[in-house]
Design a protein around this ligand. Structure first.
Ligand code: HEC
Length: 160
């Protein structure tokens, strides 16, 4: 009797599991597919049409090809960022307050550094120097942008 009871319990449990799995599958398909039930198969007209699309399409410049052109914005951002922008985004976290002994922006801290000459400062900013990390940890900064940031900090701290 006991065996029969546990066997039927297992049966009911697996039935429940199958049922809930079934509902889960049904709801996800419904959520994902934008098409009505009859059009979801691999052999429907819509699916065949999608498979017959060429791999690439030709789009003449200036024509609206249904794609938002991001390239224009991209090429704009290729211009080196200003020293101020780079300083604010990447250098100020140390150079504004003097973290780890970093020379503070706009203070006499910079005097002994400026005395080394700009080529040395550029080199140390790119390659790192003591606690100054290479490129000030700005991995996507170009050499020009690092130079701009050095110029910005030096110009803002000269004669203090
Ligand atoms: C993690 C903190 C930190 C960040 C971020 C940081 N620096 Fe520095 N920087 C330092 C420290 C510390 C020194 C002082 C090193 C020394 O003189 O021993 C320093 C020194 C310098 C110097 C002087 C080097 C020399 O030879 O005297 C320059 C130039 C410089 N940093 C440029 C930059 C630029 C440009 C950025 C941003 C792109 C930047 N730093 C970001 C910590 C930082």
């Amino acid at each position: 009797m006991n065996k029969l009871l546990s066997a039927s319990l297992i049966f009911v449990a697996s039935l429940l599991a199958i049922l809930s799995a079934g509902t889960a599958v049904a709801t996800t398909t419904q959520d994902v597919s934008p098409y009505p039930l009859g059009e979801r198969g691999v052999l429907t007209h819509r699916a065949v049409e999608a498979r017959l699309q060429p791999v690439g399409t030709v789009c003449v410049k200036g024509e609206d090809c249904g794609v938002t052109v991001v390239a224009a914005a991209d090429s704009g951002s290729k211009a080196p960022r200003s020293g101020e922008a780079v300083y604010k985004a990447h250098c100020s976290m140390c150079h504004a307050t003097g973290v780890a002994g970093a020379p503070k922006y706009g203070t006499a801290d910079w005097k002994p550094h400026i005395a080394k000459g700009m080529p040395t400062l550029y080199k140390h900013a790119m390659e790192g120097f003591n606690a100054m990390p290479p490129k000030g940890m700005c991995s996507d900064c170009s050499e020009q942008e690092i130079k701009n940031a050095v110029d910005y900090m030096v110009d803002g701290s000269k004669g203090k």
